[in-house]
Design a protein. Structure first.
Length: 275
């Protein structure tokens, strides 16, 4: 007899996953192992999933601490290198550092030795140019199992070209009010070119900086600012996606399979199953 899979409704899953998860969270410094940056982990756990996150142009990593802490509270090790922070950000260098971050997470016992990462459960994510860098990195590394981008921008070398080489599931969240990287030439183009299962969602009220946290002087140059609604949707969808693809968790399937009021599915190819 087939086992019945229990799932929450999309609304229930959104409300649950937009709040902190059940795990106490620890914060560490990647600089202790040779790379500037930060890592958030559950208090304990062996064989955990992990994600390396790329920051946006001119954005300090602290503007993503809430997202990283949120993922850790749901059992996912989340780390972000604090590199390429000047105006001449190199997407290629950031991509390389994202892969180095994954190497650190999988190669070093974290915390007091009570935390380890399963090398078969690693993903990449990023915002803005960091999203483009995550795509570049995923195209170069077969060990990566999933990719999440938030208001991704095209890069040099081209994230659009790299997307054609990525075979793992991808979730791309596009900002409808993005005047820096309009979806049609950036997130949407990347999703359309994706080589594997992919879903593109449009957040019609989100701006380019809507996924960031707090305030920063770069808001004088860039369009948008931190937005509570973008945080809620971004955290819930990214968490559901990473748990499904990296761990096989099916409880939140309805959230990923359904249209949401402020995050409609505008493009999808294949189901976002575990790879």
């Amino acid at each position: 007899m087939a086992r019945r899979v229990i799932t929450l409704t999309a609304k229930q899953a959104l409300e649950q996953l937009s709040r902190p998860g059940p795990h106490p969270v620890l914060r560490g410094d990647l600089a202790l192992v040779g790379l500037p940056g930060v890592v958030f982990t559950p208090e304990s756990g062996l064989g955990l999933p992990a994600v390396a996150f790329g920051h946006g142009w001119m954005q300090p990593v602290r503007r993503y601490h809430g997202l990283l802490r949120h993922l850790a509270s749901w059992g996912i090790v989340a780390a972000a290198p604090a590199v390429e922070r000047g105006p001449l950000l190199s997407a290629r260098v950031l991509a390389a550092n994202l892969l180095t971050t994954l190497d650190i997470c999988t190669g070093v016992r974290l915390g007091s030795g009570k935390i380890s990462v399963d090398p078969a459960k690693v993903a990449l994510a990023g915002h803005s140019m960091g999203g483009g860098a995550a795509v570049l990195a995923a195209a170069e590394a077969e060990r990566v199992r999933a990719v999440v981008t938030l208001a991704a921008t095209e890069t040099r070398p081209s994230a659009l070209d790299a997307a054609r080489e990525v075979r793992v599931p991808g979730l791309h969240l596009a900002a409808g009010e993005d005047r820096i990287a309009p979806p049609v030439g950036h997130s949407e183009a990347i999703a359309q070119a994706w080589g594997g299962p992919v879903q593109l969602r449009l957040l019609p009220k989100a701006s380019h900086l809507g996924f960031t946290e707090g305030r920063h002087w770069s808001e004088l140059l860039l369009d948008g600012h931190a937005e509570r609604g973008s945080h809620k949707l971004g955290r819930a969808l990214a968490t559901a996606f990473l748990l499904r693809v990296l761990t096989g968790e099916r409880l939140y399937d309805e959230l990923l399979d359904s249209d949401l009021k402020n995050a409609n599915v505008v493009f999808q190819r294949e189901a976002l199953r575990r790879r």
